[in-house]
Design a protein around this ligand. Structure first.
Ligand code: NAD
Length: 248
């Protein structure tokens, strides 16, 4: 489905990002693995390489413009193009409004929202020149619901920002052949969610018509669809991968 394509996946050292990198590679795409943590990311690189697919690691903090631009430059220098970017790197925050500090708020916004902005800004000129590109932003149902399942209001605001930003640049990208879509997962089993207590998890599952939590692979498969030509007439779409939680 994606043979010969080139994809950057941010935060792909573990969790949903890792599953996305592996799923895109299974479909034939060469992958730039990005993360701030080198060790797990190199494991993802090795797993992809074992599949006979080209993969390289670029350490970059998505909040840092210079590092993001360097990541995209490395991709261009190595592969000569960037067909797909999946903006997945993110952090969760759970403190109440009373407890959260402005510094903590800024960090959530920097990683979850500014990081998406910087990565989109970095790839956009190349995708415009190519007259094609697929941008997939990993939002969250928190961005629609105002949090409440896992993340707090800061997390929800950052993901709501990703949803609005996705629609905004989908409008800009359309005439250049660039599709921009987002995925809104609900509770998904990763390191980010591993410390949640069982009682809360069971409460969440009761809200989900399909009766289970999400798996990283559930999100990864939706990403493959949005990265492929099968979704060529979709842009500005926010695709829920949530077991039916939202149905909005
Ligand atoms: N797990 C869930 O229930 C869930 C639900 C909805 C949305 N999401 C979103 O999915 C994405 C992935 O979540 P996950 O559960 O796999 O989380 P995770 O914590 O398991 O993995 C996140 C990865 O991003 C990397 N990262 C963090 N900050 C970074 C930065 N500044 N620059 C580059 N990389 C950075 C981390 O090192 C890590 O490898 C996030 O955007 C998250 O908000 C997760």
């Amino acid at each position: 489905m994606l043979t010969g394509k080139v994809a950057i996946v941010t935060g792909s050292g573990r969790g949903i990002g890792k599953a996305i990198a592996i799923a895109l590679a299974e479909q034939g795409a060469n992958i730039v693995i990005n993360d701030i943590n080198m060790e797990p990311a190199l494991k993802t690189v090795n797993e992809v390489k074992k599949m006979g697919i080209q993969a390289l690691f670029v350490k970059a903090d998505v909040t840092n413009e210079e590092e993001v631009n360097n990541m995209v430059k490395t991709c261009m220098d190595t592969f000569g193009k960037v067909d797909i970017i999946v903006n997945n790197a993110g952090i969760v925050h759970t403190k109440s409004l009373k407890e959260i500090t402005p510094k903590e708020w800024d960090l959530v916004m920097a990683v979850n929202l500014k990081g998406v902005f910087l990565c989109c800004k970095a790839v956009f000129p190349f995708m415009m020149d190519q007259k094609s590109g697929k941008i997939i932003n990993i939002a969250s149902v928190a961005g629609k619901r105002g949090g409440g399942l896992l993340g707090n209001s800061a997390y929800a605001a950052s993901k709501g920002g990703v949803i609005a930003f996705t629609k905004g640049i989908a409008r800009e990208g359309g005439k250049h052949g660039i599709n921009v879509n987002a995925i809104a997962p609900a509770f998904t089993e990763t390191d980010m969610t591993k410390d949640i207590d069982l009682e809360k998890k069971e409460t969440i599952i009761k809200l989900v018509p399909l009766g289970r939590t999400g798996r990283p692979e559930d999100v990864a498969q939706a990403v493959c669809f949005l990265a492929s030509s099968w979704s060529d007439y979709m842009t500005g779409e926010i695709m829920d991968v949530d077991g039916g939680l939202m149905m909005d």
